[in-house]
Write a new protein. Structure first.
Lengths: 698, 698
């Protein structure tokens, strides 16, 4: 689907242009007039003859030529009629500025649906309603009521907050950040972030995609699209809002710990989105990605004319996972050959406060050419002799000669301004503070890792799907929301997750046979549909070590059961494998209202409950995502083994997570589930799910 | 000690003023000339007759009048001679700009000591050497080679990085931040951060104290002074540099986990320092504290004209521990009475994008007068109709009428500039991004909590200090760095930390008597100076439950010992209390090179080793600091009891920490120690140190 009519219309009508200059319709019309749009544009207002000496039409139908795009600014209740007229006129795209739709309650919501339906039947696309408008600096036109038209550039932006758009445009002017397309999403009655992601991907003039979201419209589609887009262009998003949408089941551990925030974090991580925590981060990362090539590694060289600033930068590197390069001995020798003796020739290289441009740039050149360096961070403080412009020019030349990443931190304002302008004009991003420079470099590196990550392959295990279908069908027919113990275990077993070996013995002879198969030690349980609390009647024995103990216990169990509950039907005794694995982990799933099945992993018991040390991913997951889930929890060292302990069988956890992923993907009606615990043996000895809870719904 | 001669000198000489305009001495002389200094000032240079038509003297001794303060810019090797002359001339304070001292190696270090010694014997104070100079905007004078003189204001600043000073001055001009005193510390040959903290405290024109440090000179004194200063004026510090100074023992858990960063974090926390993580934070917090009264609680009201910005602000509150106020029903009703129906009348209050100043301010007024509100966060986005100046003026008036904290976030640049200027002129801090506004508000609230915290009282327990002295004396006389098991336990016992009850029985009769006293179950161990590995010879029995088992085991132990080691001298059997407490914690101490004894607390075993979930404080600590140490670890819920478990006896941990604090304060020669584990029983049932390691040194 092309949004050409929206972004490159041949002609525009603004429907609802007031004569009063401060009114929204008028402001938009003025912005179109002043932004250099090359096609014809028409004001529509039944009460005016002309506006700014441009002929005004009572209705769009009265315009004598074709209209490709219309901006609608009339009160909400008139929008259906206007949309009908747009249909008749053959309009292809509309931007509805008017408020009073979904955001205003039930009536507004109905009205919005009506408008969307009229548009759809006429093949018209909608941006909004309840939005600020859109801008394309290339077309060029500004069909919004912003006070600014941004500078032309290669960043495109969409925003779910119209008001924030205004602030962002204001900042971007000061920071000299240029935009290509700028979209206020409004209520997203038709076009959503996904449509614009697709458009920006195909658009050769957009290099970096940015956005502010409060929620996504279709979670699964969003992940699919943004995962693909991110492989080709960086997508930087701010996600605001911490409250959960929709009702949420909280009967499971996973349900308690999962939340909208966890789901967004997981979805963004899996789909390569560069997650900005604030609008400031969004800007910082945008210019880095718009201006500079990606670093091919995490080894940075720092050059500075101030020791203190170098120290701050090193601190920031450590916090952000950027490594200070170890220079080759050749580089160190060469640095030593011309730097004063008080200078530091190791990373961060301090050329000292009295350095002129020549010394600084000679060092910078050496660093960027060292094969142990992936990026150069150029720190400059305005000391009295510092040649700010000359240094900036030299860095700009350096940047042209290298494929490596260069970012700058010329610290200060007025005194460094001239230098910063040179840097920006030469596509070197500058940050006022080292922390922000390094955070941006780290974001670039994380994005680079996503770009080069192998294509996702989802393993498909050979499973007994039909059996699970039957179990679920039975549960649903019995109106059971929670599956029983046995059924839940059977479900995971059908998907190849090991559960304790269990068999029913009718008599002692059968029991001894079974015991040989399962192996000692054993757990025995009375088998009776009438006995719910087996322990209370002496119906459970654990740690049965041999044939003699089996005989004794078997008899005991039958005897006690009969004694306590003479009328109970006793089917025999269940023999179950005794699980002696030391480590417990939890695998869980909770259905997120936006993104669907959200998988959770954590260490069993206290780690999950008290420390909330868990990780999340949206299903389905790949093998490497399963590994990430396991290794990113803080208590991971306990699994790998500390103090010379053997490692747990992490491969078997990965395998179980993948099988769980397949299960919850195959059965969207699983609302929540916990495998708690999955008992994990030492490396190579597998793991066993001893307790499983599944609830069905929706 | 007064620094009056330094900050308010009657006259100034600049020794080493070059005729060349770009040279440092010349720049400083120009800065003094141009900064409005009211007393006489003299250039000293044997090679010039006059500079800028001001008579130049060959030596300070040739100046015909008294000189109170001298700025020294001659090469390092001439500084001793110049300092001698300053002594003869009766100079009281000097600022040594010259480099080539301690920072340049061993020779420089010697030279620095020589200069300091000359100054001391002449009663002269020194700032520097190797510094940028100092500024006092009140005196006023600028005796530095910065390119700027800052605006006059009530923030004072010291910095261990001279170059950073330059950048900070440059920023401060742009951000309209005013300074009072501005000091580049240099090598701190004489005056250190502690001297300036004391001066700034007494100085009525300094309201907020700020500083950039890479290390402190005297850790213990620093803590003492800054703790007192912080009670009266906010002290905001950036600490850069993550490497540890000096050699560090790493034979204990505490030693491994403690580090310079942990020690600084602890020291800052305990002494009320507002710890800024970057220079940006330093600025942000400074203006909040310089401009606004402290919030008396953590309940903030947010008013905004943009929903999205409100959401971002709420998110930031949650991350920073700021609570969104619950308004009184009266406030909500009143808001509803005049706000449009689409507005949000709950926190954050969204007055909508079409709001003019009147509506916004009416809401702001209601909010700040609600008794459930401690602070107001005013968010404004430049939508088309927004009356930015009018809104700023209204907020300024509101601020004059209230004692509550108001901070603003007018988002944007050019369009909101006029409003921001009004805000700043009326002492309302403005932040470009909500996250920064809320982080600053949170810093103010944390500081308020320190200001109102009760005076620190260090408990003194009645302990057997003499016994510990003897044990240590013996160990030292035997040249033992590590204390033996028994001795280490005796040490903590002497300080009232419970250890397992232990008694030696020579025969079985004595053993049965002792057993009655200690109580069953018991642990038995063979007592023999010749048997080191007691378990190997069957010399240890645990879980002895009654008299019969005691008899049997007693005989067994003696028998086995004699059988395996016929020549060993056997003194009898040690009876020891059997400790069955479920929870293990670690208390530790590591001697920090800067701050002295650094206490550590964590949960036993894996929590410390794998999760590094520990807390630190510098000893001595108060009872409430001990509580903080315990409750700030992430695994604290495990101590308090989860899943209906009983709470551990946290009081006994507090008590043990305080006793440990007293011990390590009394004995500075303890280099490291671990009580690992302290076994903790349920609430009310105390705790027992079962294993103690102590190493001595220094």
């Amino acid at each position: 689907m092309s949004l050409k009519s929206l972004f490159y219309p041949g002609s525009i009508a603004v429907i609802g242009v007031s004569r009063e200059e401060y009114k929204v319709g008028h402001l938009i019309f003025d912005n179109i007039r002043n932004s250099g749009f090359k096609g014809p544009f028409f004001p529509v207002n039944p009460k005016a003859d002309e506006i700014h000496a441009i002929k005004c039409y009572p209705s769009i139908l009265d315009i004598p030529v074709d209209v490709e795009m219309a901006v609608i600014v009339v009160p909400a209740k008139f929008v259906p009629k206007v949309m009908e007229e747009c249909g008749k006129k053959g309009v292809k795209a509309t931007v509805i500025i008017s408020a009073g739709f979904k955001e205003a309650g039930i009536e507004g919501s109905k009205l919005e649906k009506e408008v969307a339906s009229i548009a759809k039947s006429n093949g018209i696309r909608i941006v909004g309603p309840n939005c600020l408008g859109i801008i394309n600096t290339d077309s060029p036109y500004n069909a919004s009521f912003t006070t600014h038209t941004p500078k032309k550039g290669n960043i495109s932006f969409f925003s779910q907050s119209g008001a924030l758009c205004a602030a962002i445009l204001d900042w971007s002017t000061e920071e000299k950040i240029g935009f290509h397309k700028f979209v206020s999403l409004g209520n997203k009655a038709d076009l959503t972030e996904v449509d614009f992601l697709e458009d920006f991907l195909k658009d050769p003039k957009t290099k970096v995609i940015t956005g502010y979201l409060e929620g996504v419209t279709e979670g699964e589609k969003f992940i699919k699209v943004v995962s693909e887009v991110s492989k080709k262009k960086p997508v930087i998003l701010v996600k605001a809002g911490g409250t959960d949408s929709g009702a949420k089941a909280v009967s499971s551990h996973t349900g308690t710990l999962a939340g909208s925030q966890a789901a967004y974090d997981a979805a963004f991580k899996q789909s390569g989105v560069i997650h900005a925590q604030s609008v400031q981060d969004l800007f910082d990362y945008s210019i880095a990605l718009a201006y500079q090539p990606l670093p091919l590694g995490r080894r940075a060289a720092i050059v500075t004319n101030a020791g203190g600033a170098g120290v701050m930068t090193s601190d920031a590197c450590e916090r952000n996972g950027i490594i200070l390069s170890q220079f080759s001995s050749e580089t160190v020798d060469r640095l030593r050959s011309f730097l004063p003796s008080a200078a530091n020739v190791y990373n961060p290289v301090d050329v000292l406060g009295d350095s002129l441009a020549e010394r600084y740039l000679r060092a910078a050149n050496l660093l960027i050419n060292d094969e142990n360096v992936d990026s150069l961070v150029a720190i400059l403080v305005p000391a009295a002799p510092t040649q700010i412009k000359e240094t900036a020019i030299g860095l700009a030349e350096l940047s042209k000669r290298t494929e490596k990443t260069i970012i700058a931190c010329f610290m200060g304002k007025d005194h460094v301004k001239a230098g910063i302008e040179i840097l920006i004009d030469n596509s070197i991003p500058n940050y006022y503070f080292p922390e922000r420079a390094i955070a941006s470099l780290a974001a670039m590196y994380r994005y680079y890792k996503y770009v080069v990550s192998p294509e996702k392959i989802y393993q498909k295990f050979d499973v007994d799907k039909e059996k699970v279908q039957k179990i679920f069908a039975t549960a649903i027919s019995e109106d059971k929301r929670f599956l029983g113990d046995e059924e839940a275990r059977e479900v995971v077993k059908a998907y190849g997750i090991r559960i304790p070996k269990t068999e029913l013995a009718k008599d002692i002879n059968q029991a001894t046979e079974i015991a040989e198969r399962i192996g000692y030690p054993l757990v025995l349980k009375v088998a009776s549909p009438d006995i719910l609390h087996k322990t209370d009647v002496g119906g459970v024995k654990i740690g049965i070590k041999n044939k003699q103990e089996l005989r004794d216990s078997f008899d005991d169990i039958i005897w006690e059961a009969k004694r306590y509950m003479p009328n109970a039907k006793i089917l025999g005794v269940i023999l179950q494998e005794f699980i002696s694995a030391k480590r417990e982990v939890i695998l869980g799933m909770n259905k997120d209202p936006q993104f669907g099945p959200l998988l959770m992993f954590g260490l069993g018991g206290i780690y999950v409950e008290a420390l909330k040390d868990v990780s999340f991913r949206v299903a389905p997951i790949t093998e490497s995502e399963a590994w990430e889930m396991i290794s990113e929890i803080k208590s991971f060292p306990l699994l790998r083994g500390i103090r010379g302990e053997k490692s747990a069988d992490i491969d078997s956890i990965v395998n179980s997570l993948l099988r769980l992923s397949q299960l919850v993907t195959d059965f969207p009606n699983i609302l929540e589930m916990d495998i708690n615990p999955l008992m994990v043996y030492d490396k190579g000895k597998r793991s066993v799910a001893t307790d499983v809870r599944i609830s069905l719904g929706g």
